[in-house]
Design a binder for this molecule. Structure first.
Ligand code: AMX
Length: 388
C-alpha cells in the first residue's frame, strides 16, 4: 500500500523534499525544544509557553510512580529476554491502570473517549522512562533500579535513571534531542498504524501502544538503527580503528555494495533529501564530540556514500536517514548495548502515537476494517482487465 492515500494524520507530515514536519514546524526548528513541549505541540498544534510547559512537567511527575507489581513481572522475566520484549510486556502489564477501560465498562459517552485516552496516555508516558531505564539496568546487569529525581525533566530523568555517567550534562541533552527527533513520523509506519488499528477497536492505549511497539521491534522498522552503528564500527575496525582516507572509504563502500549488501543508514522509502533529523544529530556530534573517531567516520561516510550510491544508480534516495548518526552518539556516551536502541526509539515514538490515538478518539474515527479479496478473485479480476 506504499503511497496509497488512506489515512488522516494531523500530528505530522513527511514529504519527500522536506522530511518530518510536526504541526507545520519543520523538525529542525524544534531541536532546541523539550519533548514535553513537542508533546504539547503534537496534541494541540501550538507550542506551549513557559508556564504551560511547567504545568505539563508537573503533571507528568505526579504520574510517574510505577506500581510494584510491574517490577515483579520484570524480575520474573528471563534476564536475557530481548529488551523490547521486556519493555512492551511492562507496558501491557500496566493496562490494569487504564481509566479508559474502567470508564468504558461503567458506561462512557463517545464524546468522552478522548479524555480517558488522554488520561491513560499521560499515565503511561510519565512512567515510560522508569520502565525503559529499569529494563536497561536489569537486562545488562547494571545494578539496582535508580529512582526518578523529582528535580529533573522527563528526558533528563530517563538519562539519569539509565545510570550513564554524565558529568557535562550532554548525555541528558542528547536524550532530549533524541526524544524530540523520533517522536512522530505520520501514521502509516508499522508502529503508528498498528497502534491506531488496535486503538480503533477501543482497546485502551496500554494495549495499543504495546502492540505498536511490538511492530517497532522488527528489523525493517525500529531495529534498523543498530545495524548502522555496526557498519560504522566494522568499517573503523577494518582500518585498524583509524578514520580512513576518502579513497579508502569509497572502496570499502563499493565492496559492501558488490557483496550484495546495502549501506545501512542510507536511503529512505519516502525521503529524497538528507533526513533533517540526521543533520540535527550530526550538528550535535560536531559540537560535543568532534574528536571521536566514530563521529568522524559518520561525517566521512556522509561525504562519500551519497556519491557512491548515485554512481551505482539503484537507490532512489542516496542520502542518509536518521539512523545513520544516532547510534554513534549513544555509543560515544557509553550506551553501547545495540539491542537496547529500539527501546529509546519506543519511548520517544510513544509521544506521537499516543497523540494520534487521542486525536482519533476525539474525531470519533471508526474501527479499521479494510476489505480483503481471495487470490481466486484477484486472478479473475486481473484476467478480466484489458491489457495495457
Ligand atoms: N545501499 C544499497 N542499496 C540500496 C540502498 C542502500 N543504502 N538503499 C536502497 N538500495 C537499493 C535497494 O536495495 C533496491 O535494490 P533492488 O532493486 O535490487 O531491490 C533499490 O536500491 C531501490 O530501493 P529504493 O526504492 O530506493 O528503497 P526502498 O524504498 O525499497 O527501501 C530502505 C528503503 C530504507 C529500506 C533502503 O533504502 C535500505 O535498505 N537502506 C539501508 C538500510 C537502512 O538504512 N534502513 C534504515 C531505514 C530507516 C528507517 O526507516 N528507520
Amino acid at each position: 500500500m506504499r503511497g496509497v492515500k488512506s489515512l488522516v494524520c494531523d500530528t505530522s507530515l513527511v514529504e519527500p523534499d522536506t522530511g518530518l514536519v510536526i504541526r507545520n514546524y519543520p523538525v529542525k526548528k524544534l531541536t532546541e525544544k523539550s519533548p514535553e513541549e513537542v508533546f504539547w505541540l503534537l496534541l494541540t498544534g501550538e507550542l506551549p509557553d513557559e508556564e504551560e510547559t511547567k504545568s505539563l512537567q508537573q503533571d507528568i511527575k505526579k504520574r510517574q510512580k510505577v506500581p510494584d507489581y510491574v517490577w515483579k513481572v520484570l524480575n520474573a522475566m528471563p534476564s536475557n529476554s530481548h529488551p523490547m520484549t521486556m519493555f512492551n510486556t511492562l507496558i501491557l502489564v500496566l493496562e490494569r491502570e487504564s481509566q479508559f477501560r474502567k470508564n468504558y465498562t461503567k458506561g462512557m459517552r463517545k464524546e468522552q473517549y478522548w479524555e480517558s485516552t488522554l488520561e491513560d496516555s499521560l499515565g503511561i508516558i510519565a512512567k515510560l522512562p522508569s520502565l525503559a531505564a529499569a529494563v536497561y539496568r536489569r537486562r545488562y546487569k547494571k545494578g539496582p533500579r535508580i529512582k526518578p529525581n523529582p528535580k529533573l525533566d522527563w528526558a533528563g530523568n530517563y538519562a539519569y535513571m539509565l545510570g550513564i555517567k554524565d558529568p557535562t550534562g550532554e548525555f541528558a541533552n542528547l536524550m532530549r534531542l533524541y526524544m524530540v527527533l523520533h517522536s512522530d513520523h505520520e501514521s502509516g509506519n508499522v508502529s503508528a498504524f498498528t497502534t491506531h488499528t488496535v486503538n480503533s477497536a477501543l482497546s485502551d492505549i496500554y494495549y495499543s501502544l504495546s502492540a505498536g511497539l511490538n511492530g517497532l521491534a522488527g528489523p525493517l522498522h525500529g531495529l534498523a538503527n543498530q545495524e548502522c552503528l555496526a557498519w560504522i564500527l566494522d568499517s573503523l575496525k577494518k582500518f585498524g580503528g583509524k578514520v580512513p582516507s576518502a579513497e579508502e572509504l569509497r572502496k570499502f563502500a563499493w565492496d559492501t555494495l558488490n557483496s550484495g549488501k546495502v549501506i545501512p543508514g542510507y536511503g529512505h522509502a519516502v525521503l529524497r533529501i538528507t533526513d533533517p533529523r540526521f543533520d540535527a544529530f550530526l550538528n550535535f556530534g560536531k559540537r560535543v564530540c568532534p574528536e571521536d573517531p566514530i563521529y568522524q567516520m559518520v561525517a566521512l561516510v556522509f561525504d562519500i556514500v551519497p556519491g557512491v550510491l548515485r554512481e551505482q544508480g539503484k537507490a532512489k534516495d542516496p542520502w542518509p536517514n536518521v539512523d545513520a548518526a544516532s547510534g554513534s552518539l549513544l555509543y560515544h556516551f557509553g550506551l553501547k548495548e545495540f539491542d537496547y536502541y529500539t527501546v529509546l526509539f519506543g519511548v520517544s515514538r510513544a509521544l506521537g502515537v499516543c497523540s494520534q490515538a487521542i486525536m482519533s478518539r476525539a474525531l470519533g474515527l471508526p474501527i479499521v476494517r479494510p476489505k480483503s479479496v481471495t487470490t481466486e478473485w484477484l486472478k479473475k479480476f486481473s484476467t478480466s482487465q484489458p491489457s495495457a
